[in-house]
Design a protein around this ligand. Sequence first.
Ligand code: MLT
Length: 232
Amino acid sequence: MRIEVLLLPSQKPRLDSYDLVTVIDTLRATTVIVKAVEVGAMGIYPVKSITEAMRLKEIVPNALLAGERKAFKIKGFDLGNSPLEFTKENISGKNVILTTTNGTKVASIYQNYGKVVAMAISNVETVAHYSENFQNLLLVCAGSHGEVSLEDSYTAGKFISFFDMVSLNDGGIIAREISRLDPMKMLKTSHHGRYLSSVGMEEDLEASLIERKAIPVLKTDMINLKFFGGER
Ligand code: MLT
């Protein structure tokens, strides 16, 4: 098995195609997407801008608007970007149109490189088992405002730690080293973890560590790109 880690989405992948691409935005976009799929959302449409989200709301049936800017719920939206808000009661059977600062911008960049799934600490073990027989994997960390983020690198490293015989790029070796850290300490030390705590969202760090079995897969439907949980 060969695993290539991009610590930032702006890095260039070495290959043209992979068996699987995982996109990672641990705090908090992919944690939210994993939870949304697990509690029964029909689909999660990751979009880049508020304008695009509002345009999609007009055409996606049974849709909620969700997302954040500077971690806070966007004015007029139904939900923010906290995993605590993505409960079964709020979103089961619904479509969610999600726009976040970094995370929701990444998936579309890699849609042509292979099957794309959303990964966070919560589902890293499930995605690792799912990937056992794949040969070439690309793990893409969203980072934060163009900078490498500790929590995304940690998630990539945790994924790698499930495999013994693996060829890694240097990004993968760095990530694997970081995955030895204590997860809660790591989240609390990370730049974005400290920011979330400073604005009263420390509970979201704990929520990011709850294990989940969902594998959100990116698909194009008649309307747009969306993550859905219907495939293993
Ligand atoms: C992002 O996409 O940058 C994050 O998910 C931000 C957050 O909601 O904490």
